[in-house]
Design a protein around this ligand. Structure first.
Ligand SMILES: NC(=O)c1ccc[n+]([C@@H]2O[C@H](COP(=O)([O-])OP(=O)(O)OC[C@H]3O[C@@H](n4cnc5c(N)ncnc54)[C@H](OP(=O)(O)O)[C@@H]3O)[C@@H](O)[C@H]2O)c1
Length: 311
């Protein structure tokens, strides 16, 4: 039996070449963990930020580190104290830490759910982080009421695509920013007002907004105070320093994702049944993961990119 495996590793923070395919030791399942043979892993907007050390304050990581935060695969072994899964079960989930871009990963069984029938591993791998984070960030500032006006920045991305759908299901009036090539996609998710952020200032369309979901950060966040109602809130997944940037008397919340297996199982079932759309824009092979991480930083993107480990 081989004792090493492929992994996408960062030894020192940096640009595109800082993430490389390397051989590392194969892990075994510890207490409360299962060993997962990874079949596919989702590429996320946060991967390149880990690679560059930009989120080190909010999410500290020890180097060298294997990148990747979500996976789908098959249970290869069950560790001591783990009881929810059996060898051979198909599972999916977020790791709650780094390490998904490796052939075998020891995962806390508390983070995983059974992959529903009707979802293949490539589809499943792109769901755990974005679907759950989109839901939790939408609801972080309080319950959503019908008729509420919600602005989603980065609506074509992983989290944004889900948030638009959830907000519509809750009866909200949804304003959504995206780039030109993504406008039809965002409209197809149900957004009522689609704003091409490269050609139009969102302030000229979106006003009296009750909730801004910010998946972009930077000046997009800073400009968003002007479109909020007096009691409105901004929830950001992209700007950990939002508290320092929140004007006096306004409400700004930093979102931190959590593993929620009850929620993940429900959302994955909805996707398998076709009542929730999970958009896959690209499937890459294992060796292409470092380039896909970099493309996620630089290029236009719709929905999710997933790495298929069999390619
Ligand atoms: N705090 C947490 O726990 C947590 C968890 C998960 C993710 N995140 C963060 O949440 C953010 C979104 O993640 P993701 O995976 O959804 O990223 P993603 O898939 O890369 O999506 C980002 C989207 O933002 C769009 N965009 C870029 N600039 C924009 C602008 N000025 N106005 C409007 N849209 C713009 C991009 O569209 P174009 O490419 O067309 O420009 C892209 O569709 C990232 O910052 C990620 O780090 C945080």
């Amino acid at each position: 039996m081989t004792t090493t495996q492929r992994a996408v590793l960062v030894r020192a923070y940096g640009g595109a070449s800082a993430a490389e395919v390397a051989e590392i030791a194969k892990p075994s399942a510890g207490d409360g963990q299962v060993l997962v043979r990874v079949r596919a892993a989702g590429v996320n907007g946060i991967d390149w930020k880990f690679r560059e050390g930009l989120v080190q304050k909010a999410f500290p990581v020890q180097l060298p580190a294997v990148l990747g935060i979500e996976l789908a695969g098959t249970v290869e072994a069950v560790g001591p104290g783990a009881s929810r899964f059996q060898v051979g079960d198909r599972v999916m989930g977020p790791l709650g830490q780094l390490g998904a871009y490796a052939d075998f990963v020891a995962v806390a069984e508390a983070n995983l759910v059974h992959t529903p029938e009707g979802l293949d591993d490539v589809q499943a791998a792109g769901i755990p982080v974005a679907a759950v984070a989109g839901w939790l960030s939408l609801h972080q500032a309080g319950p959503i009421a019908a008729g509420q006006r919600i602005l989603v920045h980065g609506a074509a991305g992983g989290l944004g695509g889900y948030a638009v759908q959830y907000a519509k299901q809750a009866g909200a009036e949804v304003f959504a920013t995206a780039s030109t090539a993504s406008l039809d996609y965002v409209r197809s998710l149900g957004a009522d007002h689609v704003i091409d952020y490269r050609r139009q200032r969102f302030e000229s369309v979106a006003q009296d907004i009750d909730l801004v979901l910010d998946y972009v950060g930077g000046e997009v966040l800073d400009r968003s105070w002007d479109v909020l109602t007096k009691n409105g809130a901004i929830v950001t997944a992209a700007a950990p320093d939002i508290l320092a940037r929140t004007p006096a008397g306004r409400r700004g919340l930093w979102f931190v994702n959590k593993a929620d297996t009850t929620l993940l199982a429900r959302l994955a079932a909805e996707i398998a049944q076709g009542s929730l759309l999970s958009k896959l824009s690209e499937v890459v092979g294992f060796d292409d993961i470092p380039a896909a991480i970099e493309r996620n930083r630089t290029g236009p993107r719709i929905g999710k990119v997933v790495a298929d480990f069999s390619r």
